[in-house]
Design a protein around this ligand. Structure first.
Ligand code: HEM
Ligand SMILES: *[C@@H]1O[C@H](CO)[C@@H](O)[C@H](O)[C@H]1NC(C)=O
Ligand SMILES: *[C@@H]1O[C@H](CO)[C@@H](O)[C@H](O)[C@H]1NC(C)=O
Length: 322
């Protein structure tokens, strides 16, 4: 009896071991010691000429991980059915920087560093460049063999209800706290007015704005994104602090200054609202840290559906299968 139980434990640990990612900090430290610094240098240099780049790279990691796992599937160019072209990935970018880093790494240590890991490292560097927390990124992901637009259908959408957003995160093994904290990534970067149209002009059945927008914020939003204006015009998602990675985004969300509808929706549910509020209590400075929690959540996000062993490989270039 005891032996059977022990055997079961060993068997289940073995099964977990092969189904879960074998990621670790410093995966490349022996096999390609300069991997992390090469990526960091390329990201830093590219950000000098494009200040928007850190935000773009952080978003790229999210979109990679939520479809088919963190496996570089979003990087593939394979005609009109590749994942990259799916509507939920609209505006996702940073591909050139990932490709530059890959090219440099293929020169130094060919066939060693995966594109999926480059995306994860670049996101980490992007957060640091934006004055956010400096964290150690786990690596060891392999690149996937699949890239299909249909697989992106279940991406979280800006106009999903809070219930749907929660479900979509749970489906990826992320809880309500991860949803709140990772939405905090909107502390940097911008959105196109395209994503604001429904919130500003078509929210209620008879039209009109989302009533959760602070009346003091509405005129500014509708001036930046007029009803018949340019849907490609952009505005910071963290009003007043869009270049700096900080907790200001959660303060804005609490005060009705959320820009994205999905961020505002965090206040529509007692659990997620409670999590937002927990950063602003009298004792909060002692008990919680947005930065530390963000690190924990993004490391968890970086483990979604990771491919190891023969489920993946190391691409030679990131935008096509070997
Ligand atoms: C909760 C579900 C989420 C929804 C519905 C959502 C939606 C959006 C939308 C609509 C934009 C504007 C895109 C554009 O106009 O180019 C955006 C931008 C962005 N998102 Fe999210 N997002 C979510 C979660 C996340 C997560 C988990 C991360 C990263 C951890 C993230 C990081 C970013 C960043 C950094 C930008 C700015 C991109 C830029 O400046 O180009 N988002 N998001
Ligand atoms: C590439 O696209 C073609 C045409 O749509 C498709 O048949 C094929 O399965 C795709 N390749 C991969 C590996 O996804
Ligand atoms: C939800 O937002 C998308 C843009 O992300 C828009 O294309 C779509 O029409 C919206 N759906 C609804 C039901 O409002």
């Amino acid at each position: 009896m005891r032996i059977t139980a022990l055997a079961l434990i060993i068997l289940s640990e073995f099964l977990i071991g092969i189904s879960e990612a074998e990621l670790k900090v410093g995966f490349y430290s022996q096999v390609c010691p300069s991997a992390e610094s090469v990526v960091a240098d390329i990201v830093r240099n590219a950000a000098k000429s494009n200040p928007q780049l850190p935000a773009v790279l952080l978003r790229l990691h999210f979109h990679d991980c939520f479809v088919e796992g963190c496996d570089g599937s979003i990087l593939i160019d394979n005609g009109s059915t590749s994942e990259k072209t799916a509507p939920p990935h609209q505006g996702v970018g940073g591909f050139g920087v990932i490709e530059d880093a890959k090219a440099k790494l293929e020169n130094i240590c060919p066939g060693v560093v995966s594109c999926a890991d480059i995306v994860a490292m670049a996101a980490r560097d992007a957060v640091a460049l934006s004055h956010g927390p400096v964290y150690q990124v786990q690596t060891g992901r392999k690149d996937g063999f699949v890239s299909k637009d249909k697989l992106a259908e279940r991406m979280p959408d800006v106009n999903d209800s809070i219930q749907i957003l929660k479900q979509k995160f749970i489906a990826k093994g992320l809880n309500d706290r991860d949803l709140v904290i990772l939405s905090g990534a909107h502390t940097i970067g911008t959105t196109a007015c395209f994503f604001m149209q429904d919130r500003l002009y078509n929210f209620a059945s008879g039209g009109g704005p989302d009533p959760s927008i602070n009346p003091g914020f509405l005129p500014e939003l509708s001036t930046t994104c007029p009803k018949t204006g340019d849907i490609n015009a952009r505005l910071p998602m963290d009003h007043g602090s869009g270049d700096t990675f900080d907790i200001h985004i959660l303060q804005n969300i609490r005060n009705g200054f959320a820009v994205l509808q999905s961020d505002a929706a965090l206040m529509n549910d007692p659990t997620t609202r409670g999590i937002v509020d927990s950063y602003f209590g009298v004792l909060s400075p002692l008990t919680s840290s947005f930065e530390a929690d963000f690190v924990r959540s993004i490391v968890r996000m970086g483990r979604i559906g990771v491919k190891t062993g023969s489920n993946g490989n190391i691409r030679r270039v990131c935008n096509s299968f070997n």
